[in-house]
Ligand binder design. Structure first.
Ligand SMILES: [Zn+2]
Ligand SMILES: [Zn+2]
Length: 367
């Protein structure tokens, strides 16, 4: 008698062991044990990370389908204490993948199903670490999913495409020259140059038919005294763009704006990319298959229009192997008040919808 996992039950277990990016030790062990209990051969510590993979092989030749879920929680400071909370629902994603695996054991007739539990989505490091470990070598299709906040999808609805934007976080270090505040002309005020940099970046225009934005999210400068012109400032920008092309154009213009705004004040500025995550690029035929699967297993009314927003390191997979078909669907679970809120809650009874979609898409290719 084969075991069928209930995603709501698995998620309840996983919710109690939130771990930050690249430190998902208990979560990975839990997932590996659940996969082994299904009789699957499991690889732990993939690429030197906490990543876990398992395969279900069919007897006949066929394509390789990869299902991917992320495992990491988010860092918060609550009542002055550092803590990790599953505020993005990655516990739900791990639970949905494990539950799908339990329903697919014995049903894969051809090709290969690759189950991938990825670390560190939130830091945009996990997918690239697994790619470097060669995880995509034989993969023809890659499919992922995310629970959606109530603003994106009502509970019970599922969309076949989440239109993630490209996101890049940059740190600008402004180097001026310190001086006595009574003799500002002998120095170069890093705050003045930094302010000019922020204004210059805000003055950049891209095609308004696209979606893009750059926000200064941190600005630090303090020479230690109120009567000292500071020689150094750091500014962090959060940059988003709908497509990878738009992001490339944006970054080029930002580099120019930063360099010349600093120079105009006699300062220098270094620009460092802290994190970058590509935009969603989907294969429309594979995405349409996901839409068909949603209608087939959940009914016509369950299929919602694409939703958007946010970033996802899932899209690093497609960027690394463009010949592979990629799709990523959204699961409406009534998540409120929104993802990344420390008090984010949702109704786990809807997770079964994501499990059924995973199962149907896999069986279309491998059943
Ligand atoms: Zn997140
Ligand atoms: Zn997430």
């Amino acid at each position: 008698m084969s075991v069928i996992y209930d995603p709501a039950e698995l998620r309840a277990d996983l919710h109690e062991m939130p771990e930050l990016a690249m430190r998902e030790v208990r979560t990975a062990a839990y997932a590996a044990e659940k996969l082994e209990a299904l009789g699957l051969k499991v690889e732990r510590g993939v690429g030197g990370t906490t990543g876990v993979t398992a395969v279900i092989e069919g007897a006949e030749p066929g394509p390789v389908v990869m299902l991917r879920a992320d495992m990491d929680a988010l860092p918060f400071v609550i009542d002055g204490k550092d803590c990790a909370i599953h505020a993005c629902g990655h516990d739900a994603h791990t639970a949905m993948l494990l539950a799908a695996a339990s329903r697919l054991v014995g049903k894969v007739k051809r090709g290969k199903l690759k189950l991938v539990l990825q670390p560190a989505e939130e830091t945009c490091a996990g997918a690239n670490a697994l790619i470097a470990a060669g995880i995509l070598e034989d993969v023809d299709y890659v499919l992922g999913a995310h629970i959606r906040p109530i603003q994106d999808l009502p509970a019970g609805k599922v969309c076949s495409g989440v239109r993630h934007t490209a996101s890049t976080t940059i740190r600008v270090t402004v180097k001026g020259r310190g001086a006595h505040a009574a003799r500002p002309h002998l120095g170069v005020n890093a705050i003045d140059a930094g302010g000019a940099i922020v204004a210059a970046v805000q003055g950049i225009w891209l095609n308004p038919t696209g979606v893009w934005s750059a926000k200064a999210t941190q600005f630090h400068a303090d020479a230690g005294g109120t009567n000292i012109v500071p020689d150094r400032a750091t500014i962090t920008f959060d940059v988003r763009a709908q497509t990878n092309e738009l992001m490339n154009e944006y970054m080029e213009k930002i580099r120019t704006a930063v360099e010349y705004a600093a120079k105009a004040h006699g300062a220098e500025a270094d620009l460092e990319i802290l994190l970058t995550c590509p935009a969603a690029v989907y294969d429309e035929d594979f995405k349409a298959e996901v839409g068909d699967a949603i209608r087939e297993v959940l009914g016509d009314d369950a299929l919602a229009a694409d939703c958007g927003g946010g970033g996802e390191d899932f899209h690093c997979y497609k960027l690394a192997k463009p010949s592979m078909k990629a799709a990523y669907f959204g699961v409406g679970v009534g998540a409120t008040p929104g993802l990344h809120a420390p008090n984010m809650t949702f109704d786990p009874k809807y997770l079964i919808n994501g499990v059924k979609v995973f199962e149907a898409v896999v069986l279309k290719h491998l059943g």
